[in-house]
Every structure is written in structure tokens, then in C-alpha cells.
Design a protein around this ligand. Structure first.
Ligand code: B12
Length: 150
């Protein structure tokens, strides 16, 4: 996998936010700032963001991906039906990532990951995920979108 250039990343719009009644903003803020520094175009919605608002923002900004944070343990409930809502809104191909502390307590990560990918998320990220890992996955997933634009 070849890393994208900042110029290529500038054509990729990512909506970020913390879903539901979750106030944990620090990690989402760090992630958003770091991805912006790496060249991506970031639309930040902040904490306490209803699922519908992610989708509205993605439509308004013609976003390529939505990055959902959930830290307080209610991620499974808050994210239920998220992919279906995207499809209903016409966002059939939007890339969906989710990360944070997605479930209550400690559960085997492989099971948690499967639960979220079964819900329609393209990728789920475990607690403690570092920004370089996210950049690497974004570069991989958007390789074809930007090919020929370097
Ligand atoms: C600070 C904190 C708070 C603060 C939040 C302040 C604020 N406004 O941000 C306060 C005191 C308000 C708080 C409240 C609560 N908290 Co709290 N809190 C924490 C704590 C100690 C640190 C969180 C933090 O800032 N981490 C630092 C950042 C940098 O890391 P991060 O958030 O994980 O984000 C990184 C990665 O996860 C990743 N990432 C994040 N999102 C995404 C998304 C994508 C797509 C990707 C790719 C990556 C990614 O990138 C980030 C940067 O590296 C954690 C414990 C911990 N050590 O994590 C508990 C913790 C998150 N809290 C917890 C709980 C239970 C609560 C409360 C429910 C407690 C209560 N009973 O009231 C409330 C919830 C309030 C609410 N409605 O949201 C639990 C959650 C348990 C769970 N998921 O099972 C934790 C894990 C503590 C614990 N061990 O029990 N909390």
C-alpha cells in the first residue's frame, strides 16, 4: 500500500463526531485534529451528536466517510441501524468507521469487531487506536478514489 499524498487526501472529506448522549470529546478531538494535519478535509460535529446529524452533515458536505466515536459503552445501541439510515438517505457507498470504547466493559475484540461490521461498518477500531493506524486504513480504502490525481 502506498501512502496518499496530502494533496490527494485533501479531496477526501471525513465527518467526525461522538454519537448519542456521549460527552467524551478528547479522543475524537485529537483524532480530528491529527487527521486534518495529515491533509484530510474534516467536518467535526463534536460530542452529543445524534445519528441523524452525522448523515445530514455527510449529505451537506458530500462526505466520503463518517468516523463515529463512542466511548461510554452504549455504542452498540447508538449505532444500530446506522448503515440503513445512510442507505435510506442515499449514501449507499459511504465509508463507515467506528471506534472508541464500543461496548460495556472488557469483551473479546474479535467479537466486538464482528458485531459492528455485521451492522454495516466497514471498519471498527479497538480502544487505544492510534492515529497513524487510522491514516493507514484511510489511505488503503481511498487508494482507488484518488488514483490518477497525484
Ligand atoms: C475523561 C473521561 C471522562 C470525562 C469526559 C470529559 C470529556 N468531556 O471528554 C467525564 C468525567 C465527563 C466522563 C464521564 C463518564 N464516563 Co468516562 N472516561 C474518561 C476517561 C478517564 C478518559 C477518556 C479520554 O479522554 N481518553 C483519552 C483519549 C485520547 O482516548 P480515546 O477517547 O480512547 O480516543 C482515542 C482512540 O480511542 C481513538 N478513537 C476514538 N474515537 C474513534 C473513532 C474512530 C472512527 C477511530 C478510528 C478511532 C477513534 O482515537 C483517539 C485518539 O487516539 C475514560 C477511561 C480511559 N482511560 O479511556 C473513561 C471512560 C471512557 N468513561 C466511562 C464511563 C462509564 C463514563 C460515565 C458513563 C460514568 C458515569 N457513570 O457517569 C460518564 C458518561 C458521561 C457521558 N454521558 O458521556 C468508561 C466507559 C466504559 C465502557 N465503554 O464500557 C471509561 C472507559 C472508564 C472505565 N474504565 O470504566 N468520563
Amino acid at each position: 500500500m502506498t501512502a496518499l499524498t496530502k494533496q490527494q487526501r485533501a479531496s477526501i472529506t471525513l465527518v467526525t463526531g461522538v454519537i448519542g448522549a456521549d460527552t467524551h470529546i478528547v479522543g475524537n478531538r485529537i483524532l480530528s485534529m491529527a487527521l486534518e494535519k495529515e491533509g484530510f478535509n474534516i467536518v467535526t460535529l463534536g460530542a452529543l451528536t445524534p445519528a441523524e446529524d452525522f448523515i445530514k452533515a455527510a449529505i451537506e458536505t458530500a462526505a466520503d466517510a463518517i468516523l463515529v466515536s463512542s466511548l461510554y459503552g452504549q455504542g452498540e445501541l447508538d449505532c444500530r441501524g446506522f448503515r440503513d439510515m445512510c442507505i435510506e438517505a442515499g449514501l449507499d457507498d459511504i465509508v463507515l468507521y467506528v471506534g472508541g470504547n464500543l461496548v460495556v466493559g472488557k469483551q473479546a475484540w474479535e467479537e466486538v469487531e464482528t458485531r459492528f461490521t455485521d451492522m454495516g461498518f466497514d471498519r471498527a477500531f479497538p480502544p487505544g487506536t492510534r492515529t497513524p493506524d487510522v491514516v493507514e486504513k484511510l489511505d488503503t480504502d481511498f487508494q482507488s478514489k484518488v488514483s490518477g490525481t497525484a
